[in-house]
Design a protein around this ligand. Structure first.
Ligand SMILES: O=C(O)CCC(=O)C(=O)O
Length: 289
């Protein structure tokens, strides 16, 4: 799969892109079975651990999983898809041919209870030496406004890295009213199951609670240019290089001039994923279901 010039131009201007029909019906059937089995296993889990990130109200009788963390480490299907040339071929024109895996997650958003994700820029969560990073979101279900599809503010990737702190602590979410930010231009990324979105690491995005009876499972693969290095530093050299999917290890990183923001100091919830991190946000944009 390749992007045409218009699609690349659209991404450069708007900071996101939707590509339809990337996964076929058989792959969707396979992945649904894997995910259903994972949810079944969660009946025996009572608190956040390993791959399991549970929704509030999760019980053995009514299992509700918020996120399958690092799916590529959970099942070969997810690892293979992360490396699939169909996906890397779409990402290469946007961040370059040398590509490193930068993180992966499956946000489940179960029907009726699926948690919202407050507005944020990914780059605020993981600043790098340059911003050639993007996140691919593969829709495992039809994503609609009712089931909490992702929303993005077009062109926001060309603006500043916004304040994701509250009362001096990093909480991974912005406060639009406090900072006079206008979200009225946001667009919902509705897509059919099997389609995907790609958003730039600086693009402002979020998603509402799932008010429908249908789940909205969105599988995220984050990719970075091999020469974009985390400002937090690299502690495991072998592991860092093992995450290269295309291209070769290098001692060179590319440093661009920009104002980024620290994630320090981290709140108590910083180890609990984005949902826990954003919990203290006083000015919630997404009303609870
Ligand atoms: O699941 C979503 O709708 C958005 C997820 C997101 O932005 C994140 O997990 O960082």
């Amino acid at each position: 799969m390749i992007l045409n010039d218009e699609q690349v131009e659209f991404y450069r201007k708007n900071g996101y892109l939707v590509v339809e029909d990337v996964l076929g019906p058989e792959e969707l059937e396979t992945v649904h079975a894997i995910v259903d089995d994972f949810v079944e296993k969660s009946r025996h889990i009572t608190e956040q651990s390993g791959h399991f990130d549970l929704e509030p109200g999760h019980t053995p009788d009514h299992p509700k999983v918020r996120r399958l963390s690092t799916p590529a480490g959970y099942h070969p299907f997810f690892d293979n898809l992360m490396r699939d040339d169909r996906i890397l071929g779409l990402v290469a024109p946007l961040i370059g041919e040398a590509i490193r895996e930068q993180g992966n997650k499956l946000n489940m958003k179960p029907g009726e209870v699926g948690s919202a994700v407050e507005w944020h820029q990914d780059f605020a969560h993981y600043p790098h030496t340059n911003d050639d990073l993007c996140a691919v979101g593969i829709a495992l279900d039809d994503a609609t406004v009712e089931n909490g599809c992702m929303m993005v503010v077009p062109g926001s990737h060309l603006g500043p890295i916004l304040d994701h702190h509250q009362d001096g602590t990093f909480i991974g979410a912005i406060s639009p009213a406090r900072d006079g930010l206008d979200l009225s231009a946001a667009v919902p990324l509705e897509m059919k199951a099997g389609s995907l979105s790609i958003h730039h690491t600086r693009t402002l995005h979020g998603s509402a609670f799932n008010t429908s009876g249908k789940s909205r499972r969105l599988l995220f693969y984050q990719y970075s240019a091999v020469d974009a290095w985390p400002l937090g530093g690299v502690v495991d050299w072998e592991g860092f290089n093992a995450r290269i999917l295309r291209g070769e290890p290098t001692f060179d990183f590319r440093l661009v001039s920009m104002t980024a923001r620290t994630r320090m100091p981290a709140g108590e919830r910083s180890g609990g994923g984005i949902y826990e991190l954003q919990k203290p946000l006083q000015e919630k944009v997404f009303a609870s279901s």
